[in-house]
Design a protein around this ligand. Structure first.
Ligand code: GDP
Ligand code: CA
Length: 325
């Protein structure tokens, strides 16, 4: 059983932890592992060079979550890390004072930057970095190319997505999202194979615009999802008209999509009419939307969508695989 998952950081990490737990139960290999393989195709448009280091927030959030090393209280970085190095950088006036990176997390960024400067690709660096832990999921960056997302705000100023999101809390009105170099980017080795050979393709409950949207915009990815022989099942990141956490509603509003489970489904589109989705999971809060989504050609299932812990995330993953059948 081959499962390919398109994803961003926090929603992606929580969902993958559930997929891994479910397949270890449903496809046991007898030694605590699984006969199913999970490949995560991860957004890299939040990545940035900062203080000489390459930061890849979504790859790292997922890695820490699957390793059980993520700090759930702060919502980013590693459990039990201090911020002494970031405090020193602030004293020197280097980097972004509003963007604090913990010391253990900085160890990851130094390692990644070392590999990249030695000539490895991001995918090769990611393989080496993730080998440290038994993640049970292969993490593939969507692309090895630098395709950072910039945001052009009202007035015409352009800034890195990270500055708009973290410093300005996504409140500056958006004129456009511009993904740098995307037209000349190519999928990382393994990405198109993972899609073509998958038995099921899942769209994680991640930000539809700046996580899943940017993965799909790498030339060849959207086409490969659409052409895959596997069914494509999406999980709504919107529950009862709200984004659960973060500010993804600001991204949806900026591209003219309503913050609702049905509008996001329509944005991805029905496979039968040239879109991506065979099936779409919506929350019990959105049960009333299901008939219209199904009438539009996307089979809607109503299931609990809250990933509170591993069991609830695993139940959601089981529902996504069931919806594929
Ligand atoms: P980011 O890269 O860290 O912004 O994370 P993602 O793009 O993977 O996902 C962020 C989105 O995950 C949020 O906007 C939420 O809509 C969604 N999300 C987070 N927790 C849950 C949950 O428990 N259930 C569902 N359905 N969605 C969630
Ligand atoms: Ca992200």
């Amino acid at each position: 059983m081959k499962i390919a998952v398109l994803c961003g950081g926090v929603g992606g990490g929580r969902f993958l932890r559930g997929v891994r737990a479910h397949v270890r139960d449903a496809y046991p290999d007898g030694s605590g592992g699984s006969t199913a393989s999970i490949t995560a195709i991860v957004n890299t448009s939040d990545d940035i060079w900062l203080t000489g280091l390459r930061i890849a927030p979504d790859l790292d959030s997922i890695m820490y979550t699957l390793a059980g090393e993520n700090d759930e209280v702060r919502g980013w970085g590693r459990i039990g890390e201090s911020e002494r190095v970031s405090a020193e950088l602030r004293e020197y006036g280097v980097g972004w004072p509003w963007f604090t990176l913990g010391d253990l997390d900085l160890g990851t960024h130094i390692t990644r930057s070392h590999y990249l400067r030695s000539g490895l690709t991001l995918a090769e660096a990611t393989d080496r970095i993730t080998a440290r832990w038994d993640l049970g999921v292969r993490l593939l960056p969507a692309t090895n190319d630098e395709v950072e997302m910039h945001v052009v705000v009202e007035g015409g100023t352009s800034m890195h997505f990270q500055e708009w999101w973290t410093r300005h809390r996504a409140v500056l009105p958006v004129r456009s999202f511009v993904q740098q170099n995307v037209a000349s980017a190519s999928p990382a080795p393994g990405v198109l194979d993972a899609l073509a050979s998958a038995d099921v393709i899942l769209l994680a409950p991640s930000n539809p615009v700046v996580s899943i949207g940017t993965v799909l915009s790498i030339p060849g990815v959207r086409e490969s999802v659409a052409a895959a022989s596997a069914p494509v099942v999406g999980v709504s990141p919107i529950i009862g008209g709200s984004v659960v956490c973060g500010m993804a509603d600001a991204c949806l509003t900026a591209i003219g999509v309503e913050t609702s489970a049905s509008a996001v489904a329509a944005h991805y589109g029905a496979r039968a009419s040239g879109g991506l989705l065979n099936a779409w999971l919506v929350g019990e809060e959105d049960a009333a939307l299901a008939p219209a989504i199904s009438a539009g050609g996307i089979r809607a299932s109503v299931v609990p969508l809250w990933m509170r812990d591993v069991p609830t995330s695993a139940a959601l993953a089981a529902a996504a695989l069931a919806a594929a059948r």
